[in-house]
Design a protein around this ligand. Structure first.
Ligand SMILES: Cc1cc2nc3c(=O)[nH]c(=O)nc-3n(C[C@H](O)[C@H](O)[C@H](O)COP(=O)(O)OP(=O)(O)OC[C@H]3O[C@@H](n4cnc5c(N)ncnc54)[C@H](O)[C@@H]3O)c2cc1C
Length: 412
């Protein structure tokens, strides 16, 4: 079957990879790509790095040119929100009421930044998820010296704090955990990051955001739950994200608890697949459902979802294949690149195998239920870092992975 229609909802990294894979895989029917942002697909990681620092302009973030997209012969609906999916009939409803009957649907709607209630329209308060968010914050930071509070010391908050500090602003980084990114990376790497932020003049505080203080529609400070107030003229709310599944909730056949739940083939229901930050799929190697907010995962998962959809529709003669990646993630802060393979989130054990704050070198192993599941490193030669993928390619006994990691990084 190569006529009919496939709709891909979400026109970003995963959505783009899906439509490209569908065309490569032989889908010649209508291919509708629906995205609620007005922009052609662009890359998000530079938003908190090169774009925020002013090193790159927005036009450098485009993932494909208009000509390259034209060649895919897409029915491209930008600035268009999908408001519902009927999984049984494979029908997507758009905000203007149009209903698209489809043979297959790939859900790639990502996540949205969490924010605080009641702050919309207050000057000086920002989130950082979209290009428009980043341009707004960048404009703000490109002017006079600011007193910035970054609420949330996870990956995004840490990256933005580093850039703002390098631009010369006064920066306070507030998080629930005393160490930056600790919930993800553990104590050793968290300590290294704390040292780096302190060395660059970021003030770090432990606390939980309670609300903001304003005057004349402008932020003047943030309130913490311990009753203290931090003065600020700019606030970045970096308190996490939520899967964009609101439009799927009306269909009881779909499980939208923490993302769209899928099987090992990335299928949520017959003919309905998901990929990228929104997808919570069963990873057979880890024996549990995972949802991964990493750039590379968005592309790889979309390619698998597209291939499996085409196999299900009989467009190809392939068997559907489970999606069993070794997840990869990176973060850049002060010229230091942290890289991780495997799964760190949800670890019940973390051990720092190598830590040299002076040389900004670190290597750490993460695990769960007695198995090693992830490895993180910084400051090692690229070849050594790439070699760490093999240490963790499949979850395995802790002691064996630990010995392999030690051997790989030359620790003791
Ligand atoms: C500032 C920033 C820095 C990052 N840095 C890194 C990094 O250093 N390393 C790394 O590995 N990852 C990083 N990431 C994560 C990475 O960018 C994401 O994993 C990736 O963008 C996920 O792609 P996606 O297509 O699944 O989702 P998204 O990129 O979130 O795209 C989803 C799209 O769907 C749209 N949408 C949502 N709902 C609807 C609807 N109902 N109808 C139509 N459209 C809809 C959204 O507006 C959005 O355009 C970063 C993310 C951000 C925001």
């Amino acid at each position: 079957m190569t006529d009919g229609r496939i709709a891909v909802v979400g026109a970003s990294a995963a959505g783009l990879a899906a439509v490209e894979a569908l065309r490569r895989g032989g889908w010649t029917g209508a291919l509708t790509l629906i995205g609620d942002e007005p922009h052609l697909p662009y890359d998000r990681p530079p938003l908190s790095k090169q774009l925020l620092s002013g090193d790159w302009q927005a036009d450098r973030l485009g993932l494909r040119t208009a000509d390259q997209l034209d060649a895919l012969d897409l029915d491209l609906r930008l600035g268009t929100r999908a408001t519902a999916l009927d999984a049984g009939t494979r029908t997507v409803t758009l905000a203007d009421g149009e209903r698209l009957a489809c043979d297959g649907v790939i859900v790639a709607t990502g996540v949205r930044a969490r924010t605080l209630p009641g702050v919309a329209g207050t000057a000086g308060i920002h989130t950082l998820r979209t290009l428009d968010d980043a341009l707004g914050l960048q404009t703000w930071l490109s002017g006079a010296e600011r007193r910035l509070v970054v609420a949330g010391n996870g990956v995004l908050g840490c990256e933005a704090a580093a850039v703002a500090r390098e631009l010369g602003h006064e920066v306070t980084l507030v998080g629930r955990d005393p160490l930056p990114m600790r919930r993800l990376v553990g104590d050793g790497t968290g300590t290294l990051l704390a040292t780096e932020h302190e060395r660059h003049g970021v003030r770090m505080l432990t606390g939980v955001l309670d609300g903001v203080e304003t005057a004349d529609g402008h932020v003047t400070g943030v309130r913490l739950t311990d009753g203290s107030t931090l003065p600020a003229d700019t606030v970045l709310v970096a308190i996490g994200s939520e899967p964009a599944v609101d439009w799927l909730r009306a269909d009881a056949a779909l499980d939208t608890t923490d993302g769209l739940r899928c099987d090992e083939f990335c299928a949520a229901a017959p003919g309905i697949y998901a990929a990228g930050d929104v997808a919570r799929w069963y990873h057979p190697g880890h024996g549990r459902h995972l949802r991964i907010e990493h750039r590379m995962n968005a592309t790889e998962q979309a390619m698998t979802a597209a291939r499996n959809l085409l196999a299900e529709l009989g467009v190809t003669e392939d068997e559907r294949r489970p999606f069993t990646p070794v997840p990869y993630f990176w973060s850049d802060q002060y010229g230091m690149k942290l890289q991780a393979y495997g799964v760190l989130a949800g670890a019940d054990r973390a051990e720092t195998v190598l830590l040299d704050a002076g040389e900004r070198r670190v290597a750490a192993l993460y695990g769960r239920d007695g198995l090693a599941t992830g490895v993180l490193a910084a400051g090692l030669p690229p070849r050594q870092i790439r070699g760490l993928r093999a240490v963790i390619a499949t979850p395995g006994p802790w002691d064996e992975a630990h010995a392999r990691l030690l051997a790989a990084v030359g620790g003791e």
